[in-house]
Write a protein that binds this ligand. Structure first.
Ligand code: SAH
Length: 340
């Protein structure tokens, strides 16, 4: 796709998972995308829920759009011949969202795959590297919405590998950082299916970095702690000692924490962390929709609500936030919205 699509309106008349690959590429190039289809795959629904695209179920006036795409053919290279051996599952950590942040090994695995199971936070645009005949299965879990259960995902991995296929499990960030990757590897091992794991660039480090925030900085902070905010402090399922966390002296990075941010901030302040501690929220990192908000522990909840910033987002708490935006743009930000 070589056209300059920044700000151009594009109508896509296809809601399938292969169409989502093309839509992802369009969004990466800052196009204004409308999908008109009676039904869409979960990943497209998720993008619509997050306001990244407009989804309509009724016919629209096509003359209002700069570009209309009817049949969607996502495959770009697609000629890599798979080396066919016994079935196999490869977990690919696909990075935070920019296809440029998929590893070289991850890209090679995508090119060779017969079947790719992917979900919403993985860079769908990168699936243009897949063979034209590869099957793309959308196993998106929309938070508090439509989802494919982990048991179904495990069963699909095993089923396809047992049928002799090369299966790629394409996951956002790194598969072992809140990615349930080890559950999938274990399920495969129990079923006698061989697996390979390709590490990925985790959003816990990349999202702050793309916002100009280093998670460590010599002379300022000697470590960082990554936690899940999926359950609030004090919840029976929470195993995090917030009092200890408040004393670590490390940068705190919270994933899946937007819904419980108020409770998390309160628990940290109650445990003695200075309420003026600098804090940043980085949403939709490594995408054209990336947003960064800088605040303090005391004000971060009100400020994010006012700015309308929501998940997926990483919250960074610590003095590294006050170092200021890096003078040099990170590589993925620099390439965004360009056609190169
Ligand atoms: N395995 C992933 C994390 C999965 S948990 C990784 O290593 O990055 C999902 C959470 O990751 C989201 O709720 C959000 O906190 C964070 N996240 C993933 N991708 C993100 C992105 N592009 N921008 C901001 N946060 C992201």
């Amino acid at each position: 796709m070589q056209l300059n699509l920044t700000g151009r309106s594009v109508l896509v008349l296809d809601g399938s998972a292969p169409a989502a690959v093309t839509v992802s590429a369009l969004l990466h190039r800052c196009a204004l995308v409308t999908v008109a289809a009676p039904a869409v795959c979960a990943a497209l629904e998720d993008l619509a829920l997050r306001g990244r695209l407009t989804w309509v179920t009724t016919p629209v006036d096509e003359s209002r759009f700069d570009v209309v795409l009817r049949t969607v053919a996502p495959s770009e290279a697609g000629s890599a011949a798979a080396v066919r051996t016994a079935g196999h599952v490869t977990l690919v950590g696909a990075g935070p969202g920019d296809p440029g942040l998929v590893t070289v090994a991850g890209r090679a695995a995508v090119k060779q795959a017969d079947v790719i199971l992917t979900d919403r936070l993985a860079p769908w645009e990168a699936l243009k590297w897949a063979r034209p005949d590869a099957e793309i299965i959308d196993v998106t879990k929309i938070p508090y919405g439509r989802s494919t259960s982990q048991e179904q995902i495990n069963a699909l991995l095993v089923e396809h590998a047992r049928a002799g296929r090369h299966v790629v499990r394409f996951k956002g960030g790194d598969s072992y950082v809140f990615g349930r990757g080890f559950e999938e590897v274990t399920a495969c091992a129990e079923a006698g299916v061989p697996t390979t794991v390709i590490p990925g660039v985790t959003s816990s480090i990349a999202a702050p970095e793309l916002a100009g925030i280093p998670v460590t900085h010599r002379g300022l902070v000697q470590g960082f702690t990554v936690i899940s905010g999926h359950v609030p402090p004090g919840h029976p399922d929470s195993s995090i000692d917030y009092a200890a966390l408040a004393r670590t002296g490390t940068t705190l990075v919270v994933l899946m924490g937007m819904r419980n941010l108020a409770a998390i901030a309160d628990a940290l302040v109650a445990a003695g962390l200075d309420r003026n501690t600098p804090c940043a929220v980085v949403a939709d990192a490594a995408s054209a929709g990336q947003r960064v908000l800088r605040s303090t522990l005391a004000d971060v909840v009100a400020d994010t609500a006012e700015a309308g910033i929501g998940a997926p987002a990483v919250t960074v708490i610590g003095h590294v936030v006050a170092l200021g935006p890096a003078a040099v743009q990170a590589v993925a930000t620099a390439s965004r919205c360009s056609d190169t």
